[in-house]
Design a protein around this ligand. Structure first.
Ligand code: ACK
Length: 976
């Protein structure tokens, strides 16, 4: 006999072995029947030379064999279904001579469930058959001793649920067979952790299709988010995890467990996520922190989330100024230097000697003020008051920095007026500044026409003007008054050849401003008035102003065919101011370029500009970004174009001409000029800063990231700017995506007003070197016919650039090939995903006959129509609608039908101007889009930051509103 060495065996993790003959030390001694001549236990060496126990039988010559072999009792250990893996060899009957009819090639496998191990012999009738087992094709060859055998492996399974254990039995019916090994096992789903819940080792169910539902338990330092459950499948795999646990606060998930946050970290919110670093000005000293404590001197308000940095109370408000008007006072101040890291600043007003709040009116209120302005009225006349403005924020409570948070002013009220005027109910707080630049024209024997400009600081809506006039000899002892709502008046009923003095003042809700200085002139005799006219003018203005004045007269009256005196017209020169006429003035008509630039651009002191970094290179030098702080205005970000150090006179003039052009425009889609620096070097042009730079680069960077409605929104902005320019009779000549700038709100603004000058000034040279062929219309290329229609052509190309995310028009074709292709009728195809109607609009812009191209008004109307009806018009394909109708004036539903101007103003935090805008006729969201700075000033919206906010946000808010509508459309309708 030899010793059986039990080899260490490795089983799959989801199988629990109940019996393995290869690991049983010593003999198996299973019960055999018959005890002699049937199954026989034989020790052999396996393929690794390890001795194993086998049972063999080979009674192939005798008929009617029934040799039984029964295992020992096997406890089932909770298993409900067991698997029997049998490895055996079987002799092929054909290989044995003389066994035909008696030799078999199968054996039978049986089982019998029993509660104990008391059976000493085999009761065959108790056994139930599991299967007949035959040798498989897929055997492996093994060396057993000096023989090569084919080893078969067969697995059978059976449900065992009724007793504590079972026996297995093998019935031989006349085969030559060796059972090399028998392994009995059941399957389990092994212990696992899913979603921070532990699921124990679980026996599979009794049936092959059964799923065992198992409830998990949360790992240490975690709690249930939703009951954790999983199913154990019959093959020992876990299925369908449901629910799970989350780490307790102060802990985070790492490799299926919850680990404490490290020092300096915390986890404060009970959602999935890792520990986060303590926010600024806070710390945690122990592991597992649920919240970081604020550093000394920093605080959190009750409503601050723990993820927010700790903050401080604000410092004192600054620059408190007061303006007393009789028994009212307007107090205005600037925000504190330090806001303490918070935005919830508010102010309150303390009034010493106010004799209780019931006696005094604070408008809009005494505390909780969000704006930096308050009006106090119903004070006592001739009384000294001290007002203190206190700044507080969410962490001021209990952490007062005392006097550091407030600023005070002491003032004395005046006599109460006869007509009590409550300053606080007015939009503005002071009367308009005096009217300047009164001009006289059309003098006759008995009358004169006067015109003047709006005061520099209207401080509110101008309700009317008052003209006071009297004979110079009579002084003011007897005067006449005439009132008018416009900025001109025809004075009649004057005496011939008499010298008169005229004064004008404006009135707003805050009262009358001061009168202008007197304008003196004499009525004429009826024959001529030119000399008198000139003397008046020279008495009041310089020569330059006169030239300017004459041009105004000539332009203004030209259209209206008025009866301007012929002498006056004869001396008119070609200078003008645009805000009256809405016509662009070419700065090159000025002999002195500095005069032009100062006519249209504000000179800025270089010390107010803080340059931060270079953002590009322009034609004349670097382009930088920086900040501009003008007195009395908030600091703003600006772009600064500078003229390189060594420049010729011509270069300086060319450089500044762009500012002279830009300075004439005031439109939300035209880049705004802030001013120029000409009196020191380097010479600079300061414009508003556009965070996203040029449109072409911007689109390339964000390829495919916008919805069609956003792209159309950009195109609408550009079209709106171009409509404004064409209304001003300005032809851009270089409209291209590279010359459109984009700000952080995706508002597009037309820029680069340099090329028109170059092309105009040096057409021959420009033709060969500067003309942007791909963007320019055929007639402009061929014979320099630049018109609003040639700008329309370029606009079509910009549309194509936008819809293709900055693709180069005509790709890498040469300029000559482009000219040829266009001439032959070729046009750019629709960019990918471009709605048909937009491509059709491009084709309209590229009509060879320029008069057939749409005007910018038509383009704008069409884009508005698209934006209003995105469901029907912005489909990606299938433009079944006749496009010509899209170019016609729109009579579709207004934005109002879906949204109101009021909603729009509320959305941008400018609801307080609702009434002002409605009264001035801005009732629909569309109309808000047309507002300019000038419009707003004239109707009383005078705060520059509010003007900017309205201009910058209205367009964006309306577009995002339209986008929301689009997103609610069915998928098939959504183009992107
Ligand atoms: O594409 P960009 O970043 O945008 O590079 C060019 C560069 O300067 C030369 O023109 C950028 N640029 C010009 N004007 C402005 C502006 N007002 N705001 C921001 N960037 C500007 C332009």
């Amino acid at each position: 006999m030899f010793t059986v060495i039990s080899a260490a065996r490795v089983y799959p993790p989801n199988e629990e072995t109940l019996l393995d003959t290869r690991t049983v030390p010593g003999e198996l001694k299973w019960a055999a029947s018959p005890t002699e001549g049937g199954w026989e236990e034989v020790s052999i060496m396996d393929e690794k030379n390890v001795p194993i126990r086998t049972y063999q039988v080979c009674n192939v010559m005798e008929p009617s064999q029934s040799n039984w072999l029964r295992t020992d009792w096997i406890p089932r250990s909770g298993a409900q279904r067991i698997y029997v893996e049998i490895k055996f060899t079987l002799r092929d009957c054909n290989s044995l001579p003389g066994v035909t009819g008696t030799c078999k090639e199968t054996f039978n496998l049986y089982y019998y469930e029993s509660n104990n191990d008391r059976e000493h012999y085999i009761r065959e009738s108790n056994f139930l058959k599991i299967d007949t087992v035959a040798a498989d094709e897929s055997f492996t060859q093994v060396d057993i001793g000096d023989r090569i055998m084919k080893l078969n492996t067969e697995v059978r399974d059976v449900k065992v649920t009724t007793r504590k254990g079972f026996y297995l039995a093998f019935q031989d019916v006349g085969a030559c067979i060796a059972l090399v090994s028998v392994r009995v096992f059941y399957k389990t789903c092994p212990l696992t952790v899913r979603n921070l819940a532990t699921f124990p080792d679980t026996n599979t169910g009794a049936d092959t299709s059964s799923l065992v539902e198992v409830r998990g338990s949360c790992v240490n330092q975690s709690e249930e988010r939703e009951e954790p459950k999983m199913y154990c499948g019959a093959d020992g795999e876990w299925l369908v995890p449901i629910g799970g646990c989350v780490c307790n606060l102060g802990y985070e998930e790492k490799s299926g467990a919850c680990q404490a946050c490290k020092v300096g970290f915390n986890r404060a919110v009970s959602t999935d996520g890792a520990c986060s670093k303590c926010p600024p000005h806070s710390h945690s000293e122990k592991e597992g922190a649920t919240v970081c404590d604020c550093n000394q001197g920093y605080y959190r308000s009750e409503s601050d989330p723990a993820s927010m940095p700790c903050t401080q109370p604000p410092s004192a408000p600054q620059q408190l100024i007061s303006e007393v008007n009789e028994t009212s006072v307007v107090l205005e101040w600037s925000a504190p230097l330090k806001l303490g890291g918070r935005s919830d600043i508010s102010y309150s007003v303390d009034c010493l000697l106010c004799h209780g709040p019931e006696n005094v009116l604070f408008s809009p209120q005494q505390s909780g003020l969000r704006a930096t302005r308050v009006c106090v009225s119903e004070l006592q006349a001739h009384t000294r008051y001290t007002f203190t403005i206190l700044a507080r924020n969410g962490v001021s409570q209990g952490h007062s920095a005392g006097a550091g948070q407030s600023v005070s002013v002491t003032l004395t009220t005046n006599q109460a007026g006869e007509f009590f005027f409550n300053l606080c109910t007015s939009l503005t707080h002071s009367a308009p500044s005096p009217v300047t630049s009164i001009q006289a024209g059309d003098v006759t024997r008995h009358g004169v026409s006067l015109a003047w400009q709006q005061p520099d600081r209207p401080n509110g809506v101008i309700l009317e003007y008052e003209v006071k006039y009297y004979e110079k000899d009579q002084k003011e002892s007897s005067y006449r008054i005439m009132k008018t709502a416009s900025r001109s008046a025809d004075i009649t009923g004057l005496s011939p050849l008499t010298v008169y003095l005229f004064q004008v003042r404006a009135r707003t809700a805050a009262g009358y401003g001061e009168f202008s200085g007197p304008l003196e002139f004499s009525t004429n005799s009826g024959r001529t008035h030119s000399n008198v006219f000139y003397s008046i003018l020279f008495g009041c203005f310089g020569a330059r102003d006169i030239a300017f004045f004459f041009f105004i007269i000539s332009r203004r009256y030209k259209h209206a065919q008025t009866h301007m005196a012929s002498e006056t017209q004869a001396t008119a020169k070609t200078h003008t101011h645009t805000d009256h006429l809405g016509i662009y003035v070419d700065p090159f008509t000025y002999e002195d370029p500095d005069q032009a630039v100062h006519e249209f651009a504000k000179e800025i002191d270089a010390s107010n500009i803080h340059i931060e970094k270079v953002i590009g290179i322009g034609e004349f030098g670097e382009v930088c970004s920086g900040r501009l702080r003008l007195q009395g205005k908030r600091e703003i970000y600006v772009a600064i174009k500078s003229l390189k150090a060594a420049y010729s006179d011509k270069q300086r003039r060319d450089f500044l001409s762009e500012a002279s052009i830009m300075g004439q425009f005031d439109h939300p889609n035209i880049i705004r000029l802030e001013g120029v620096v000409t009196r020191c070097k380097p010479v600079m042009i300061i414009t508003e800063y556009m965070e996203n730079g040029s449109l072409d680069t911007f689109l390339r960077k964000h390829d495919g990231q916008f919805t069609v409605i956003q792209l159309v929104g950009m195109l609408r902005g550009i079209a709106s700017g171009m409509k404004y320019l064409s209304d001003m009779s300005y032809v851009h000549r270089d409209l291209a995506a590279r010359n459109i700038l984009v700000n952080s709100n995706l508002v597009c603004k037309v820029s680069d007003f340099g090329l028109s000058r170059v092309l105009q000034e040096d057409p021959e040279n420009a033709y060969t070197t500067r003309i942007p062929i791909r963007w320019t219309s055929p007639e402009a290329i061929a014979y320099r016919k630049f018109t609003p229609s040639s700008d329309t052509w370029s606009y079509g190309v910009v549309m194509w650039e936008v819809m293709s995310y900055g693709e180069r028009p005509y790709w890498d074709m040469s300029n000559q090939d482009v000219i040829k292709a266009i001439d032959e009728g070729y046009r750019l195809p629709p960019p990918m995903d471009c709605p048909v109607c937009l491509h059709q609009l491009m084709l309209d812009c590229w009509q060879t006959e320029r008069t057939h191209r749409p005007s910018f008004t038509q383009i704008l109307n069409m884009l508005d129509k698209l934006i209003r009806n995105p469901t029907t018009t912005l489909r990606r394909t299938g433009g079944d609608r006749p496009v010509s109708s899209l170019l016609e004036p729109v009579a579709g539903p207004e934005f109002v039908s879906v949204w109101s101007a009021e909603d729009c103003l509320q959305a941008i935090g400018m609801g307080m101007y609702r009434d002002t805008l409605t009264t001035a006729g801005y009732t629909s969201p569309d109309s808000l889009l047309t507002l300019t700075h000038q419009d707003m000033t004239s109707i009383g919206i005078i705060t520059p930051s509010h003007q900017d906010q309205i201009l910058a946000s209205v367009q964006q808010v309306l577009l995002s509103h339209m986008q929301q509508i689009q997103e609610q459309m069915p998928d098939s309708m959504v183009p992107v």
